[in-house]
Design a binder for this molecule. Sequence first.
Ligand code: GDP
Length: 427
Amino acid sequence: MVTAIVGANWGDEGKGKITDMLAETSDIIIRFQGGANAGHTIINNYGKFALHTLPSGVFYDHTTSIIGNGVALDIPKLFNEIRDIESKGVPTPKILVSDRAQMVMPYHVLFDTYEEARLAGKSFGSTKSGIAPFYSDKYAKIGFQVSELFDDEEPLKEKIGRVIAQKNVLLEHLYHQPLLTVDGVYATLMEYKEMVAPYVCDVSAFLYEAIREGKNILLEGQLGSMKDPDHGIYPMVTSSSTLAGYGAIGAGIPPYEIKKIVTVVKAYSSAVGAGEFVSEIFGDEADELRRRGGDGGEFGATTGRPRRMGWFDCVATRYGCRIQGTTDVAFTVLDVLGYLDEIPVCVGYEIDGVVTKDFPVTTKLKKAKPVYEKLPGWKTEIRGITKYEDLPENCRNYIEFIEKEIGFPITMVSNGPGRHEIIYRNK
Ligand code: GDP
C-alpha cells in the first residue's frame, strides 16, 4: 500500500519524524519533489540528524530509500549526506536514484544567489539551493537528467554548449559574473557521474513490481500546501508541487495506488521565507514560542534562520488538508504549548469587513486579518503520555476543537520529537 506523508501548512510540521516513525513498518520511502532546500529533523537512537535530500527512512536496515524523478537532485549534497550518516554509525542505507531525476547544476545555485542579491528587498527569501533556477530549466527543457551522464561525450558536450550560451548572456550582462565553459561543466558532471553511479535505477519499474508484491511504500513530501506553486500563496511558494497528488508523478506510480494521505499539522504555526502569514505573531510572544518550539527552537534546518511564528490557523489548515486530499491528520509538537495560560487559535479571516473561513487567493489574503478564539491552556508537561484519555482535558479540548474546525480526523498526536512519542486515536 502507498501512503503519502505531506504538510498542510508552510512546512516544518514534523513530516520527518512521522516518516521516520512510519518507516519502521514500511519497505520503501520515496522523496518525490523538492530539493535540498528544506530539511527534516530526525531524532533517533543514532542521534539527531538534519536530512535535506535523503528520505527520512534511511535509518533502518530493512528499508529502501528512493530519490524519485520529481526531485531536484543535488548530487554532491546527496553524496555528503550519505557519508555523514554513515560516519555517525548508521548502517549503509540502500539507496536508489531515479535515472529520470534531473540534477541541480552548479550554476543553478549561483543563479539563485545572484538573483536574490539582484532583487534585494523584493527577494523570495530563497535558501539559495538552486531550486527555482533548476525547475525553470526543467520546464524550459534545458535541464539534465541523471541518465544523460551515461550518454556519449559528444552529445553531452554539445548540449552543455547550447545551454551555457544562454546562461553566459545572463552572467555577463545581468549579473556581471564569471562565465561558464563547456569543459568546466562537463568535468563537474563527470564527478557527479562517479558519485551517483552506484545508485541509479529505473525507479518507476522498481516501484511497479514493489506495488504488485504488496510492499508498504511511503511518499515523503517536503514543505506544505501553502508552498505549492498552484494552490499555495503564489508567488511566495516553492517551485515543485508539495501535494500528495504529485507523488504519483514525482515517483512514477499510478495515482490510484496512493491509498492513505497523512497530512502533518503542527499545533501552532511557523514559516520560513517571505509570504502571507495571517496568524503571525511578533515580539516577546513570538520569541518565547520560537525558543520553546520543535526540539530546540524553531530555526531553519537548512539555513539556521529563525522561523516566523504564529498561532494555529484553522482557515489555512482546513484548506491545506483539503487540497492534500487528507485521510489522516498527524497533529504534532503539541507538547510545546504546555506553558500557555490560554492559546489563541485563528478561526476566521476578516477581509474588507467580512469574516470568512475559506482560504482566499493571494491578492485577498494580503488584506486578511486574523479572527481569534482563545482556548484555555493545560499548563502541564504532556510528554510521556501514551494514551489519548490520559491527556489533560484542556489539551483534548484543544485537539478536538481544531479537529472540528479543520474537518479532518486527527488520528495521531505527537507529543515529543522522539520516534515513539506518539498517541494513536482510533477514528
Ligand atoms: P519537517 O520538515 O516537516 O520534517 O519538519 P522539521 O523537521 O523541520 O521541524 C519539525 C521539528 O519539530 C523537528 O525539530 C522535530 O524534531 C520536532 N518535532 C517533531 N514532532 C515533535 C513533537 O511532537 N514535539 C516536539 N517537541 N518536537 C517535535
